[in-house]
Design a protein around this ligand. Structure first.
Ligand code: SF4
Length: 257
């Protein structure tokens, strides 16, 4: 049975939620019905996800793809190779992703961490509990909460909701969240009000990104947006009963996930 789960975070939730009960499931349904599955993360290996999560900081995915292609061509897309490769050479390979010197250092920092804690083995790292692994990732210089959580969710399949500027934009524009809420407060809100489900968190974050890239831009195109109806901002009795009825989040989990 899916638990409501908001009680532990009530004080945080009441501070940042401007609308009392939000139909997060309904928002998800609308987005999914509009866009369909996003098939994230676009990578073939766990390490490729991690490298992509670091390289995508402050740049578009198109640029990351070019940097990843360079790494693949140079056969440098493995923890062992990143550890050994000269940092300047690494920077030149990832140049298309921008901030390449900084990002080369960050990739080195990650592999140094992986080497010292897990003998360069991501499988060993995968045996670590989520909270500990998150703490360890946050201890790597250059890995902040969004990157750490992207790695946990998309590389290690952990039920951790990723917050980014897009999430903040949509939910603060609709006055669901206070735009001054910090990362943890926003994350607590989503995780307290949604079932802890890897597939759901994976798809939900990807759909938010898609919506912001295409419609909820600096000048939002609300007329074309699946969330334009404000129904999802008012309390709905169906929300929690829906969660209780379903093992996942949607009316038809098999169809949606
Ligand atoms: S485009 Fe408009 S309706 Fe859609 S999420 Fe953004 S602000 Fe809301």
């Amino acid at each position: 049975m899916v638990r409501r789960g908001a009680s532990a975070n009530t004080s945080i939730a009441t501070r940042i939620i401007l609308s009392k009960r939000i139909d997060l499931a309904g928002i998800y349904d609308k987005l999914y019905e509009f866009y369909g599955p996003q098939s994230w993360w676009p990578a073939r290996t766990r390490f490729e996800v991690i490298v992509g999560a670091i390289l995508t900081q402050n740049t578009s995915w198109e640029n990351v793809k070019k940097a990843l292609a360079n790494l693949k061509k140079a056969k440098a897309l493995s923890p062992g190779r990143i550890k050994k490769i000269n940092e300047r050479h690494l920077a030149s390979l990832i140049r298309p992703s921008g901030y390449y010197n900084l990002k080369a250092k960050r990739l080195k920092n990650f592999t140094t961490f992986l080497d010292s804690k897990y003998d360069l083995s991501l499988n060993r790292a995968a045996s670590c509990k989520t909270a500990r692994l998150r703490q360890e990732l946050l201890g790597v210089s250059g890995i902040g909460p969004e990157t750490a959580d992207s790695i946990l969710l998309y590389a290690f399949n952990r039920p951790v909701f990723v917050i980014d500027a897009y999430t903040k934009r949509i939910f603060s524009r609709h006055k669901v969240l206070d735009k001054n809420a910090d990362y943890e407060e926003m994350q607590d809100f989503f995780m307290a009000n949604l079932p802890k489900n890897v597939k759901l968190y994976n798809e939900y974050h990807a759909l938010i990104v898609r919506l912001c890239k295409e419609l909820c831009k600096k000048n939002p195109q609300c007329g074309l947006c699946p969330l334009k109806a404000k129904k999802w901002l008012v309390p709905t009795d169906s929300f929690y009963s829906k969660l209780r009825l379903l093992k996942g989040i949607c009316r038809d989990p098999e169809k949606h996930l």
